[in-house]
Design a protein around this ligand. Sequence first.
Ligand SMILES: NC(=O)c1ccc[n+]([C@@H]2O[C@H](COP(=O)([O-])OP(=O)(O)OC[C@H]3O[C@@H](n4cnc5c(N)ncnc54)[C@H](OP(=O)(O)O)[C@@H]3O)[C@@H](O)[C@H]2O)c1
Length: 265
Amino acid sequence: MPDEDTAPVALVTGGARRVGASIVRALAQAGYRVWIHHHASQAAARTLAQDLGAARAVPIRCDLSDPRARGALVDAVAGPAGPFGGRLNLLVNNAAGFERGAFERRTDDDLRRVLELNLVAPLSLVRGLLSALRPRPDAERRTAGCVVNILDLGALAPWPGYVDHCAAKAGLANATRALAAALAPVRVNAVAPGTVLWPDDPAFAPGTAARRRIEARIPLRRAGTPEDVARAVLYLAQAPYVTGEIHVVDGGRLAAAGVAGRTEA
Ligand SMILES: NC(=O)c1ccc[n+]([C@@H]2O[C@H](COP(=O)([O-])OP(=O)(O)OC[C@H]3O[C@@H](n4cnc5c(N)ncnc54)[C@H](OP(=O)(O)O)[C@@H]3O)[C@@H](O)[C@H]2O)c1
């Protein structure tokens, strides 16, 4: 494991709990020092940072829907006075909302809110943190950093009950490829998970028809795990010749959709 001064640095948005916390743990285990971004989950972020050790993990709060708060996050992460000296090797855009609802009952404001969090915020962080991710001629950073955007199967095979969400994630999928071309040698990749953790929503409680319907569409016949996503993030972070890639982690659900018709949320 690299020592604290040379260890790579990552920022994981929405890193306090659920999938984000698994990504944080996997990166810390691989030797990264990690900014654990959170919004409401301050206590969980602090507990996770304590578990990993103060030298390895630092919580940082930001409402990613707020452009000014995003600016402050960028300044804190990239500022030389910060705990990791302004260095950044990996940005994981994991934070997102998952809003459901019949298209005709939703509003333009609903759409704007979803786009702001799931599409504008990740791109805004890439732009803000780009100079920290780009290689510098000095000895401190010869290798370019990279970005991993967390998508959703709905970015690739959209669901009728989640039009705004699917539009935002599809935008982020396409932007991933465009950014890979625009920002090289900074690498930009994405992970598109299938179901790896059920939403905190009674509609998806154990034994519900919604759960059984989704499981029946997965060739591996089960949901994945947050660790499956974390493994994919780590792979993309450490694959120096991979950029513009959308790595699907879904137990075969997308492949089967080509046969059965659709992935269904
Ligand atoms: N769970 C799955 O099975 C699944 C499947 C496909 C794709 N994904 C994708 O994987 C990623 C993580 O999934 P998840 O289920 O763990 O997500 P989640 O629990 O729904 O949300 C992740 C985090 O996003 C943060 N967040 C929400 N609104 C925010 C805001 N306004 N400002 C800042 N942060 C905000 C929250 O942080 P706080 O808790 O600190 O507020 C939350 O912990 C997401 O991009 C999701 O779309 C998940």
